[in-house]
Design a protein around this ligand. Structure first.
Ligand SMILES: NC(=O)c1ccc[n+]([C@@H]2O[C@H](COP(=O)([O-])OP(=O)(O)OC[C@H]3O[C@@H](n4cnc5c(N)ncnc54)[C@H](OP(=O)(O)O)[C@@H]3O)[C@@H](O)[C@H]2O)c1
Length: 442
């Protein structure tokens, strides 16, 4: 076989992911060269501080610089890998790389969720490739599955656990019965959670990933700020206990569903039936469960972050672009499926699902009746009720509803929370629902 010329790469960032890319290109060099038919050479690496002491890998100091504009424009660079994070410099660098005719690999979900239309529009105009497998679920090749594996199929719905930090915290709370704040602190000490965990625990990171998934599944560009999201910080260990008693596990979910005229997309912790495959996705692991027209249910599971898993996705993207370069197919115009009519995001108030409601009420006769009356008046019907007397506070009444409209549930709770019998704000967790056979283990 005639060897192709090496592919020249500029790495922007040498942190966890950039360092992993250098390590993987070294450790798997022979296999990667055999698969691509060429060597991949990192020719320049841009960092903020070239004199930083401890790095995840040792690199030749002469490769390091702080000037990404110069690195991007070099003639010997085919592919620019943006692994810096953030949306300001990263956006400038990616658009500059595209403008310079370079192909781009990025792991940056925030950039693509917030500026994807601009980035892909620029790439189309410049005739270059932009690949982003690592941006959703790190090492799990969900982007490739949706773009290629299911290219002939039609996604009807998906449920995903796409934020490892939230999943780790909820899994540990479930196992230990300890409160959120304590587990978060522990996760930060172990390096599973950032010093500022807002994006992870508040659902912002998952919303970024969901925006990318919705775009791929339903050919629809969504404003990420319009995706309804709740974080996991309002979850109490007692709710995890009740969930278990009712046969559920609480998981940090992203949910998307095609309603034809509209697309449902939401991010929140949810009670997942214990017999669903997603109920077993614990710790920092990620998974996406896809329901599609032809294949039916399928699930993709693995490490959603970490140095080597994420680097694996980045390097696989480099290999794919390299193949495109040698096949003279890189940057070839790819038809993007467009829905016949533009669709809207289904407002949260119109979403129908089941609910877990925990009321904190006074221990008086007739209380249950009052709660049920208000719920009934708002078309919220009850599937199960449990009442627990407590020595140290209000009585808890825990209710599981049948399918109800979010707007109706919220209107009922707004009324209930002002009743004199209510001692504590009602806690609400949505229940993951759908065809019960979908997502089940057998
Ligand atoms: N970590 C994961 O497991 C994971 C998983 C999936 C996706 N991602 C995504 O991958 C990207 C990188 O994440 P990471 O964890 O590798 O981040 P990181 O460890 O913080 O590393 C960031 C790197 O970028 C450099 N950098 C940052 N801003 C820069 C700037 N303005 N100019 C030049 N260099 C700059 C830093 O330089 P210094 O070294 O000099 O500070 C550092 O080397 C992010 O978009 C992240 O969301 C990460």
């Amino acid at each position: 076989m005639v060897a192709n010329r090496p592919i020249g790469v500029a790495l922007l960032g040498l942190g966890n992911v950039g360092g992993g890319v250098v390590k993987l290109l070294h450790d798997n060099a022979a296999a990667i060269e055999a698969r691509l038919g060429a060597r991949i050479e990192v020719r320049t690496i841009v960092v903020r501080d070239p004199d930083k002491g401890q790095r995840v890998v040792d690199v030749d100091r002469s490769l390091l610089s702080t000037d990404f504009d110069r690195a991007i424009c070099r003639d010997d660079i085919d592919i620019v890998c943006e692994l810096m994070g953030g949306t300001t410099d990263a956006k400038r660098a990616v658009l500059a790389a595209i403008g310079a005719g370079k192909h781009v690999v990025t792991a940056n979900k925030a950039l693509l969720a917030e500026h994807g239309a601009e980035v892909f529009g620029a790439a189309d105009a410049a005739g270059v490739d932009v690949y982003y497998e690592a941006a959703v679920c790190g090492g799990v090749p969900i982007i490739r599955v949706l773009r290629e594996g299911l290219a002939s199929d039609r996604v009807e719905a998906l449920w995903g656990i796409v934020n490892g930090t939230s999943n780790y915290i909820l899994s540990t709370m479930t196992e230990s019965g300890r409160p959120f704040a304590e587990i978060l602190k522990e996760a930060q000490a172990l390096g599973y959670a950032e010093a500022d965990p807002t994006l992870d625990i508040g659902g912002g990171d998952a919303a970024h990933k969901l925006a990318i998934l919705v775009n791929l599944c339903f050919s629809m560009s969504v404003d990420v700020t319009a995706i309804a999201k709740d974080g996991i910080d309002g979850i109490d260990p007692i709710d995890l206990e009740y969930a278990e008693k009712f046969g559920y596990v609480v998981k940090p979910l992203v949910i998307a569903r095609d309603h034809g005229h509209a697309i449902e997309a939401r991010v929140h912790p949810a009670l997942v039936p214990a017999n669903w495959l997603l109920a077993d996705v614990s710790g920092a692991k990620n998974a996406v469960y896809v329901q599609s027209y032809a294949l039916g249910p399928s699930m993709y599971y693995g490490a959603g972050a970490g140095m080597l898993p994420t680097a694996m996705s980045v390097v696989s993207d480099i290999i794919e672009i390299g193949r495109n370069v040698f096949a003279h197919a890189a940057g070839a115009a790819r038809p993007r499926p467009r829905p016949e009519t533009p669709r809207r995001l289904l407002p949260l108030a119109e979403v129908r699902t089941k609910y877990y409601l925990r009321f904190g009420v006074l221990d008086k006769p007739g209380v249950l009746g009052q709660l049920m009356t208000v719920l009934g008046r708002h078309d919220v019907s009850i599937a199960q009720v449990v009442q627990a007397a407590r020595s140290d506070g209000p009585v808890w009444v825990v209710v599981l509803t049948h399918d109800a409209k979010e707007g109706d549930v919220r209107a009922a709770l707004a009324e209930i929370d002002t009743l004199p019998i209510v001692a504590d704000r009602t806690r609400v967790i949505r229940i993951a629902s759908g065809d019960p056979s979908k997502g089940a283990k057998s």
